[in-house]
Design a protein around this ligand. Structure first.
Ligand code: PBG
Length: 327
């Protein structure tokens, strides 16, 4: 039958399908989160996140060798300190866990790009992302601490900072601290549109950062809202954010799309621990094919408009891009 438009003409072979793909992926866009723990010779499996480990600094090298082989060259550090206190002082110690990981990595694996999570919840005894005043997280009292943490990361060799605390005004305060200390060239990737999400539970078990009481709803975003995220993005950009992030990813593809349409800076998405754990569990039960589902959901995040992806599957994704299976 004569038919001008036949969608199937361009679906006929792998060559054609790959030629007309609208979404292109690159290993350059991938960031792998790494949990670093105080101590020696530790590579400890994380029960809530099968296939992920907590590493002591001296064991990071073997991880780097492995991720570099897959084509991933960027890491986002999370730290598990030896001790916690109400002020989270472990987060800005010169010899703190993140600072040591940064120094080690810069000295031994300069080809690894070093991004740090700037937050307090792994370091505070109460598990909240800021300084408490009574049972409330005090926004303005927290800001100088965040600036201090950011500066200590910069001094230890961070190449990008990712504040995840969700205090108002933190991007401006961090930018100011960096600029006043000759770190004018250090970029900020702000966790701008970060929802108060139940998808973070496996991470909190991994990083030992579950709040001792209450939840994070007074500082993280309500998942009913989208416009609020655009407002936050515009504000963060004005305050000096170079990249804005949406987190989580899969349940928030509409938000990624909207943010990507509205802002003129690069947009990152964080496919979080709960997304990872669900896929792992369903695959293990034999209900889904892990690789196929990760490929499909990863592409959906880029299709929605993300330019950068933080994922616990970064190594695998890089491998599939190299094989031409996606991207
Ligand atoms: C720190 C932080 C969290 C995550 C990233 N940075 C936890 C939280 O906000 O409770 C979650 C990442 C994940 O679930 O993979 N504030």
């Amino acid at each position: 039958m004569e038919m001008r438009y036949r969608a199937r003409r361009l679906r006929g072979s792998d060559t054609l399908r790959r030629m007309v793909r609208e979404t292109r992926l690159s290993q350059d866009a991938l960031i792998y989160p790494v949990f670093v723990k105080t101590g020696k010779n530790i590579q400890e499996p994380i029960a809530s996140m099968e296939g992920q480990y907590r590493y002591s600094v001296d064991r990071l090298g073997s991880l780097y060798e492995q991720i570099l082989k897959t084509g991933v060259r960027k890491v986002l550090f999370f730290g598990l300190p030896e001790e916690k206190d109400p002020q989270g002082s472990g987060a800005y110690r010169q010899d703190g866990i993140i600072q040591s990981a940064l120094q080690y990595t810069a000295a031994h694996y300069p080809e690894i790009f070093r991004i740090t999570d700037v937050c307090m919840c792994e370091y505070t005894s109460h598990g909240h992302c800021g300084i408490l005043s009574g049972d409330q997280v005090d926004n303005d009292q927290t800001l100088p601490y965040l600036a201090k943490i950011a500066l200590s990361h910069a001094e230890a060799g961070a190449q990008m900072l990712a504040p995840s605390d969700m205090m108002d005004g933190r991007v401006g305060v961090i930018r100011h601290a960096l600029d006043s200390n000759a770190y004018t060239a250090l970029p900020i990737m702000a966790y701008t549109v970060k929802y108060s999400s139940s998808f973070y539970s496996p991470f909190r078990a991994a990083a030992d950062s579950t709040p001792a009481f209450g939840d994070r709803k007074t500082y993280q975003m309500d998942y009913h809202n989208k416009k609020e995220g655009i407002q936050a993005a515009l504000r963060d950009i004005q305050d000096g954010a170079d990249i804005v992030m949406v987190k989580p990813a899969l349940a928030y593809l509409d938000v990624i799309q909207r943010v990507a349409e509205q802002v003129m800076v690069p947009v990152a998405a964080y496919s979080v621990s709960g997304e990872y754990a669900m896929i792992k569990a369903a695959a293990q039960a034999g209900y889904i094919d892990e690789a196929n589902v990760v490929c499909e959901s990863t592409v959906s995040i880029f299709r929605a408009g993300a330019q950068i992806l933080i994922s616990y599957f970064a190594r695998e994704i890089a491998g599939w891009i190299a094989q031409g299976r996606i991207g």
